[in-house]
Design a protein around this ligand. Sequence first.
Ligand code: GDP
Ligand code: GDP
Length: 509
Amino acid sequence: MSKVVALVGRPNVGKSTLFNRLTKTRDALVADFPGLTRDRKYGRAMYNDSEYILIDTGGIDGSEEGIETHMAEQSLLAIDEADLVFFLVDARSGLTSGDYMIADYVRRHQKKTVLVANKIDGLDSDVATAELYALGISAVYPISASHGRGLSSLLDEVLAPVLADGEEHLLPEAGPFDDPDVIAWEKGFDFLENVPMDKEAGGFDWHAWKKRHQNKDENSESAEGSEEASEKKTADSSEKEHDGSFSDLPVKFAIVGRPNVGKSTLTNRLLGEDRVIVYDMPGTTRDSIYIPLKKDDQEYIVIDTAGVRKRKKVNEAVEKFSVVKTLQAIEDSNVTILVIDANAGVTDQDLSLLSFIIQSGRSLVIAVNKWDGLDKEVKEKVKQDLELRLGFVDFAEIHFISALHGTGVGHLFESILSAYRSATTRVSTSKLNRILTMATQELQPPLSNGRRVKLKYAHAGGYNPPRIIIHGNKTGDLTDAYKRYLNNYYRKSLHIIGTPISLEFHDSE
Ligand code: GDP
Ligand code: GDP
């Protein structure tokens, strides 16, 4: 299960700068799903070969009023979702009440936290960080996000062990910091208590609320149940690697998509109507439900992000869609089914989810749902729209289905299996080389400064997704068009469907 790192701190301390540097992409997924504000951004980042999810937040400065409380709320939600918190402070300015509040919140929730003192460029780091120990967080890392200084120690010494499931010492120390004001402030964001947000009145009236709750007892925020559950899943997912004989292993597929596209309806449909769903897991926002399923002698595990059993809750929209849950389900799957609502067409959020699926290298099947009840012209228009906007995932099979009526649903399994098989089948080196020879004979690689780029030999670099390594001369001069040509050539020759192929080029001199 991929780990989650949250960047929190006051506005302007450099969180976005660090986020962009670590994700190396602007393809952030923004949580503007119903019920959530846009103040949490999610990105996929890599450390060596490990993937993790990075959350960037708007910021907390401790004096929030009106709309700002929503921003602060987003930061606290991000902390709740995280395995590790990078708590950023600006080394150039002193600590503020907001910093103490964050420190208190991570301590109360026992989150692994390091203090990241940013903007250290041009400063003496010992002097600049001396004051920060007052927060009671003993791990302090001076960095410069914009210059890239100090990042390797932070990543090697803090992130790496957390990704490898260690480092209890990063837990904040218990301390004499139980300021009643701080406790009251935090309680203002106590989602477990379902604090009512008065949206009509222009936001949540923090001051009135604070008065009301100042004398209330501290409630317990134990989340032991969920922690145990996620540990179990970690143990499961370590068995992910296998030798490619697909029939004797369950194929894990995740059903993901925006809220209301029909994920739960589809899950129920796939499980069969008369199936009794025995588990009613308390379902924290973070955990997907793993459901075993057998079809035509093949075992599957459905990773259900929607929750087949809906709980009636006031803030259901917030609970139903969790970006972290979706991204972790994608990472943990062999094949991801992206459900799109035919009535809405391809939305920007669908595209963000797609870009995550592609970055993760998972196999992909697209299900265009609610295909029932559309008239012929609308169907044609939707298809054109799909062709236009989904051209870049032309490797994926598209199914037009009605989860409600069951139309087309059974055929999804065929695509899931062929995508899985494509991602895991072993191909011999000699076959990869034969295909390379044919491809380069049919269309020669381009010239570079009058000399032709030479592609000499190929071998497999891995599976799931398939990686093909090609050695040659001047491969850096290959055009994108030629790389695409080769990619398609391999795809057709090897009958690879539903999974991206990654080609890597190496100069062999
Ligand atoms: P955020 O509000 O916490 O996301 O902060 P930003 O990433 O937007 O950064 C706020 C300002 O600080 C911007 O003007 C950045 O260029 C600047 N900044 C970020 N990191 C550094 C740093 O390491 N050194 C210096 N000198 N400035 C930085
Ligand atoms: P989720 O939030 O993605 O899990 O979506 P749901 O499964 O809860 O479905 C949202 C709404 O769409 C519900 O009212 C469903 O009855 C409806 N719905 C789901 N699938 C279909 C479908 O194939 N056709 C039609 N017409 N409605 C559907």
